[in-house]
Design a protein around this ligand. Structure first.
Ligand code: R5P
Length: 295
């Protein structure tokens, strides 16, 4: 296998290459004064049998990272790669998976078309917002889950028995998965988002958590508003310690402060995106999936 760690995922790509004993082909990135990216693959990718794995997260700046990804995949194909696997640990635009308001673009469908057009033969991502969007791919596409890795982290820190909480119903499957490791039960809060302003409101549903620990699990932590609202509710209901766990800790603006001010003890994320809290690596997860050829 050949691994190409993209500019947004160099460290993660290198870890995956090490775990899979793969040859690395580095990417030389130049950014022009006007912001355009120039991609140069520093190595040979021409091989009939070997899979060429391109790893690139699409964390902010999403559009630039996507463009770099399309350039890398297309260049790899053009330079003779016959079998490309595109790994996008954080898949941006996945939350716009339908037309919520008339006239809106279904962004993730456009992204999928572009990924396929660039020459992807197989696609892997981690905890994408809505797994069913992967059915839009015509090539094999798989959604890996980093939730048990995050839950193991908390278990090792003495949080066994903590309640695994989803800040909204969409994240309930994540909390249930975490509960298999933490064994403290799972639950969810009711969140609503104003489709025009983006503002959220979370209903203060009651839980029996007096003196108990709580870990709030979500796929994405963006502005931190969702997790902070959940954390405040848990603290108000008497939770002993509340922690925030996000697979994709984008931590936009004041997100970290907002979450810590809500009473949370800490925030833990994965290296699907690079952030100060990305302490859990998804490299073993990706390496294992890659070792199973052609999902
Ligand atoms: C949306 O439903 C996602 O699962 C996350 O809950 C959301 O992206 C978090 O956003 P924020 O941190 O801005 O509240």
């Amino acid at each position: 296998m050949i691994v190409i760690p993209g500019p947004a995922s160099r460290e993660l790509g290198e870890k995956v290459a090490k775990l899979t004993n793969s040859r690395i082909v580095n990417v030389n990135l130049q950014t022009f004064p006007d912001g355009e990216s120039k991609i140069k693959l520093d190595g040979v990718v021409e091989d009939e049998d070997e899979e060429v794995v391109i790893i690139q997260s699409t964390e902010p700046p999403q559009d630039t990272h996507f463009m770099q990804l399309f350039l890398m995949v297309d260049a790899a194909r053009d330079l003779g790669a016959r079998n490309t696997v595109t790994v996008v640990p954080y898949l941006a635009y996945a939350r716009q998976d339908k037309r919520f308001l008339p006239g809106e673009a279904v962004s993730i469908e456009t992204v999928i078309k572009l990924l396929e057009a660039s020459g992807t033969n197989r696609f892997l991502t981690v905890n994408t917002h809505e797994e069913s969007i992967l059915k839009k791919f015509t090539v094999p596409a798989e959604n890996l889950s980093a939730i048990s890795l995050l839950a193991e982290h908390f278990k090792n820190k003495g949080l066994k028995g903590a309640l695994s909480l989803a800040p909204d119903k969409g994240a309930l499957r994540l909390a249930q998965e975490a509960d298999k490791v933490l064994n403290g039960g799972s639950g969810w809060l009711k969140k609503e988002r104003d489709l025009y302003t983006g503002e959220i409101s979370v209903e203060a549903k009651r839980f029996d958590i007096e003196g108990k620990d709580v870990v709030v699990f979500d796929d994405i932590i963006s502005t931190g508003g969702t997790i902070a609202a959940a954390s405040k509710i848990m603290k108000k209901q008497g939770a002993r310690r509340v922690y925030a766990a996000g697979v994709h800790p984008l931590l936009i603006g004041e997100a970290q402060n907002k979450i810590m001010k809500s009473g949370a003890e800490g925030i833990i994320g994965t290296d699907c995106v690079s952030s100060p809290v990305s302490v859990v690596s998804v490299a073993p997860l990706i390496a294992e999936a890659l070792s199973k050829r052609g999902v």
